[in-house]
Ligand binder design. Structure first.
Ligand code: NAD
Ligand code: DAU
Length: 357
């Protein structure tokens, strides 16, 4: 079996669903259920015996050690993190705690467990660290895309904390021989993304007829990847990635933010026309994000040439599926926003901290 951290968040829950849809290997899912973790993402596998959910903190080394000893996973896939740049600007402390301290505790628990394994299990074990392209910093308009050899130049508390965690993972490979793999991916979008991130935020606000806040001049560029493609890439790296290596993952799909927002307005106008008229009228330019990285672009040739991975989804097909999903799951968005699901979590898990369910 495998141990996933952060498997109730956006990418983690997509990964767990995708994993169980593509094979029979069980998953232990360790997630603290912060505001970003949502058990409703996992409803489809609620009765599935292959999925064991544990509410707990990656900073709790004793808990992680107990889970490793009990379930004997062949791999740890580490998604858990504080992930939103704007939140990191308002409150960086939680990012250092979860992303840096949490990764450290997890690495130490993994190292102790790995050292306790027999030779065959030690050779097969993997620690896969899920990271971001933001560690590389910001590109100018004509700069070549990020390759794996580019130096780190993080500019936000979020990206600095992720860069620190990447360095820890690297050091645990070189110093202790822990069999690690790291992936650095561009912006994901798709089902179950918390509506604080650009795409779901714009969909939700456009449906509500609220202003669509575009930071600065709207010309910051991101590379967008449909979340299922990210999950497939992680599976390929887990299966065949070379130990100690990092793999960039991207969609070959750079777009300025304003183009994304206009595209969402057009799709919503087509799929759910508003009596008030075209949604573009809602676009409002607002004060820029401090330290706002201008452009990210991923050179994903290494994962393609070494592991044969390329994204299956184009942006046009992926964004259409995503808008459709949010239209069909308004209840999910409403509950996430209203905090109703957090009330349910309090009720259901209040006194079960650290217990498997
Ligand atoms: P998310 O914020 O949606 O989910 C994070 C999950 O981690 C939540 O379920 C949360 O409850 C859990 N968590 C937080 N702190 C925890 C702790 N201390 N112990 C256990 N669980 C904890 O994030 P996401 O967008 O799904 O991102 C997942 C990973 O992928 C992160 O490591 C992020 O840096 C990375 N990443 C994200 C993107 C993106 O576009 N979203 C792109 C590249 C890389
Ligand atoms: O590049 C990968 C990263 O992508 C991940 O590591 C992060 O976890 C993820 O949150 C994402 O970071 P970004 O900062 O790029 O994503 P966000 O959705 O917050 O913003 C995307 C772009 O849209 C960015 O240039 C800021 C802009 N933006 C965002 C919001 C929330 C706006 O213009 N208005 C907004 O209201």
């Amino acid at each position: 079996m495998i141990l996933v951290t952060g498997g109730a968040g956006f990418i983690g829950s997509n990964f767990v669903l995708d994993w169980l849809a593509n094979g029979d290997e069980p998953v232990v899912n360790l997630d603290l259920l912060t505001y970003a973790g949502n058990m409703e993402n996992l409803v489809a596998i609620g009765q599935d015996k292959r999925h064991t959910f544990v509410r707990g903190d990656i900073c709790d080394r004793a808990l992680v050690a107990r889970l490793l000893a009990e379930h004997r996973p062949r791999a740890i896939l580490h998604f858990a993190a504080e992930s939103h740049v704007d939140r990191s600007i308002l409150g960086p402390g939680e990012f250092v705690r979860t992303n840096v301290q949490g990764t450290f505790e997890l690495l130490e628990a993994a190292r102790a467990y790995w050292n306790s394994l027999d030779a065959g299990a030690r050779a097969a074990f993997r620690f896969l660290h899920v990271s971001t392209d933001e560690v590389y910093g910001s590109l100018g308009p004509a700069d070549p895309a990020f390759t794996e050899t580019r130096g780190f130049e993080p500019n936000s508390p979020y990206s600095a904390s992720k860069a620190a965690s990447d360095h820890l993972v690297r050091a645990w490979f070189h110093t202790y021989g822990l069999p690690v793999l790291t992936t650095n991916c561009s912006n994901n979008y798709g089902p179950f993304q918390f509506p604080e991130k650009l795409i779901p935020l714009m969909i939700q606000r456009a449906l509500a007829g609220e202003p669509l806040p575009v930071y600065g001049d709207g010309l910051n560029v991101r590379d967008w990847l449909y979340v299922t493609d990210h999950c497939t890439a992680i599976r390929r790296v887990l299966e065949s990635g070379r130990l100690g290596e990092t793999y960039n993952i991207g969609g070959w799909n750079e777009k300025p933010n304003i183009e994304i927002v206009r595209g969402i307005c057009a799709l919503l106008d087509e799929m759910a026309p508003s009596p008030a008229g075209p949604r573009e009228r809602l676009i409002t330019y607002v004060k820029d994000r401090p330290g706002h990285d201008r452009r990210y672009a991923i050179d994903a040739r290494k994962i393609e040439s070494e592991l044969g991975w390329r994204p299956a989804e184009s942006f046009e097909t992926g964004i259409r599926k995503t808008v459709r999903w949010y239209l069909d799951h308004r209840h999910w968005s409403e509950r996430v926003t209203s905090g109703a699901y957090r009330d349910w979590v309090r009720e259901n898990y209040g006194d079960r901290q650290g217990e498997a369910t």
